[in-house]
Design a protein around this ligand. Structure first.
Ligand code: ADP
Ligand code: MG
Length: 685
């Protein structure tokens, strides 16, 4: 596992180091030299005595003890070399750049396992194989360029792909983003993304550790570990943004329930990120922009002042911020008038604050001061300042830098003229500043960060759930869909209120039970999975004759084993469900729409276990939340009860993890009650 020999080695040996800098073994050595690695540097190369001015050993016997080895030799030679270094040279950290391991063949997998075994034996650490290496402020252990600025307060970046790691650094560097450490985990033979995160969490030091973590993930091997350490880091004050690539496999699964059709493994990833408080990104550009937002002071409220010398970008930014729920409040009153007097005629301070193409550094300073001190309701500023190329703008960017140091409110700089004032922007970035070249990309990132959820509270365990009864029903059932009576028993045991219902097998019983339940009633077939699809649901039955007629018709339908009778209820149609996701556990879903759910797809998902708070926010995040709340004089739904049902489902699947998918569709809800009228549960043993 990750150790000091990896993070701050006193000596490094490049196995396969060469003079040819177009080869990994040559380039990694060059990077180490260019980065002025302060410790001992050696090369192991059977053909050379010196490589790029560094002492090379033809025979390993002469090599002194060395903390870290970087291997750039063919896969088949790696196990022997690793063994020799681990056992004879006290080497405890290994970065294996070489490919040709588990990503390629069975043979490669064997070699990879051997290496892990040897390194585990000495309690050492392995990065890779099949990776670009590792970077931090102490040394540049990668064979790629560019090397970003490395400093303790930069981003910690963990990548499941080497090439993508390079491209992400390339996306961040022109913006001015710096890094604290870069882990390219390659095949993750010993250490994967989750393990690095665990290390960063357990080793977190509030005084020295970076507060921004970026992840590029191709597969999540251990969702629990990721959730645990990401939430913990965020609770310690860190910000995490992540890309998870490869999410669209949902269609390939045969889905028989609503939940099955709606839930996907990508939804599980989204739910995991939300639960942890990770900001999910979908592109490199978005990831590095979100990281850039993280590197500024926190946006604590929704009121943004846009300060610009050009109308167009201010309008674009206003659109994206206000569409995303942030506000560009109007600025007026005596203090605004006083500010306006300091600007050229034709300027506007009403927000966006436009101080014209001729606006000066002095005027910008006055505007920023007013936003900082006079306009209390302003929470943050965006300064848009480019150049048509007539005059230099060093003075403006210097002022901006000074104001960013002294102001308590966050200031986000949009410096769009990356060609016209390239030198000025470079000077600004050299001060450790970050640029957002595109105001809309910044706006989208601000919106996302502002709405990012906090890590979820632990799930609620409800006391009144009949655990024994649930286990009894599950243990007494074989796999597949449970019968209506068992479904009903399970819902009762879980405390989920369900409409009264009876199953009948004769016309006489049908009439008797319908009268017992009181008209109007609903009749449904028992047997087919989707009852409406086969004409197996008849609503609003009011007379004995109707019951008799419908019974005769329905009992003829294929696969029908009996007829279910329920009272006819009214209410808003809601949906609740659960779906087991391999490795992730159960997703709990809620939504709106009854029989239209698959058309509307207005569904939110969270990972079990749920707290009431999390369940409540799932409901509030539905597109149709207005309907739940009640619109235009129409009564809404008892949200508390709806949320409680979700928590009860979460409790149920914890006690009965055999539940593979379940949906309650619909629940009929009004102000007083939320009741299940149709439920399906499939178990897998
Ligand atoms: P299925 O989903 O198998 O087609 P449901 O039992 O969900 O069958 O019934 C279909 C639709 O009929 C529901 O979405 C709901 O609109 C309506 N419905 C079902 N049961 C009742 C009931 N007891 N009261 C009022 N409406 C009902
Ligand atoms: Mg239904």
């Amino acid at each position: 596992m990750i150790n000091q020999q990896l993070l701050k080695p006193s000596g490094i040996v490049i196995v396969g180091g060469s003079d040819d800098v177009r080869k990994p073994g040559g380039k990694v050595l060059k990077n180490l030299l260019d980065g002025r690695f302060p410790g001992d540097l050696y090369v192991l190369n059977p053909k050379m005595d010196e490589v790029q001015g560094v002492k090379s050993f033809r025979d390993p016997s002469g090599l002194p003890d060395v903390d870290l080895a970087i291997l750039a030799i063919a896969a088949k030679y790696c196990p022997d070399t690793v063994r020799m270094l681990a056992r004879e040279k006290n080497t405890r950290a290994f970065i294996v750049l070489s490919a040709g391991f588990s990503e390629e063949s069975e043979e490669g997998t064997k070699l990879e396992n051997q290496i892990v075994e040897i390194i585990d034996e000495v309690n050492g650490c392995l990065i890779g194989p099949n990776c670009i290496g590792f970077l931090n402020e102490h040394y540049h252990g990668v064979f790629t360029t560019p090397i970003p600025r490395l400093e303790p307060e930069g981003c910690d970046f963990i990548s499941g792909s080497g090439a993508t790691a390079v491209f992400i650094m390339e996306s961040g560097m022109p913006k001015g983003l710096s890094f604290s450490s870069v882990y390219s985990v390659g095949n993750s033979a010993q250490i994967g993304v989750e393990d690095v995160l665990k290390y960063l969490d357990e080793g977190f030091d509030p005084a020295t550790s970076s507060r921004v973590k970026l992840l590029y993930i191709e597969s999540i091997e251990n969702p629990d570990l990721l959730l645990k350490h990401a939430s913990s880091l965020i609770q310690k004050g860190c910000k995490i943004a992540a890309i998870k690539a490869g999410g669209s496999e949902a269609g390939s699964r045969a889905a028989t329930s609503h939940t099955g059709a709606l839930a996907s493994s990508d939804m599980a990833v989204g739910a995991l990120f939300r639960k942890a408080g990770i900001v999910r990104c979908y592109s490199r550009e978005e990831l590095t922009t979100i990281a850039s937002v993280f590197k500024h002071k926190e946006l604590k409220g929704k009121n943004v002042a846009i300060i610009t010398h050009a109308g167009g970008p201010a309008v674009l930014l206003t659109d994206v911020l206000s569409n995303g729920g942030l506000e560009i409040p109007e600025i007026s009153g005596p203090k605004a008038d006083k500010l306006l007097e300091k600007l050229y005629p034709g300027s506007s301070v009403s927000n966006p604050i436009d101080f014209l193409a001729t606006g000066t550094a002095g005027q910008l300073g006055a505007i920023i001061d007013a936003c900082e001190h006079d306009f209390d309701f302003i929470d943050a500023m965006v300064v848009i300042f480019g150049s048509p190329g007539l005059v230099p703008v060093f003075d403006v960017y210097e002022l901006l830098d000074r104001k960013m140091q002294t102001c308590k409110k966050p200031i986000y700089p949009v410096l769009p003229s990356v060609i016209n004032v390239r030198k000025e922007i470079e000077a600004f970035l050299a001060k450790g500043r970050i640029n957002f070249p595109d105001e809309v990309v910044l706006g989208e990132a601000l919106v996302k960060v502002f709405h990012a959820p906090d890590p979820a509270k632990p799930g609620d365990e409800l006391k009144d759930i009949d655990r024994e009864q649930i286990r009894k029903i599950i243990d007494g059932s074989s796999g597949g869909y449970l019968t209506p009576d068992k479904v009903q028993q399970l819902l009762i045991a879980a405390g989920i209120s369900q409409t009264r219902e009876v199953v009948v097998h004769s016309r006489e019983d049908a009439v008797k039970e319908a009268e017992n339940l009181r008209f109007p009633v609903v009749m449904k077939v028992v047997g087919p999975v989707h009852k409406s699809d086969v004409g197996g649901v008849v609503l609003d039955i009011n007379t004995r004759t109707q019951v008799e007629e419908e019974f005769e018709k329905m009992i003829q339908i294929n696969e029908v084993k009996g007829i279910l009778i329920q009272p006819m209820l009214s209410g808003i149609e809601l949906f609740a469900g659960a779906k087991k996701e391999p490795k992730f556990g159960h997703l709990i879903l809620c939504g709106l729409g009854g029989i239209f759910i698959e058309v509307l797809k207005d569904v939110k998902a969270s990972l079990a276990p749920l707290s009431m708070e999390e369940a409540g926010s799932m409901i509030q995040d539905l597109r149709g939340y207005g309907i739940v709340k009640g619109v235009r004089g129409q009564d809404g739904v008892n949200e508390e009860q709806f949320a409680e049902i979700l928590v009860r489902i979460s409790n149920l699947v914890k006690i009965a993890p055999e539940i593979y998918e379940m949906d309650i569709n619909p629940l009929l809800g009004n102000r007083d009650r939320v009741v299940a009228v149709d439920a399906r549960i499939r178990i897998e043993k």
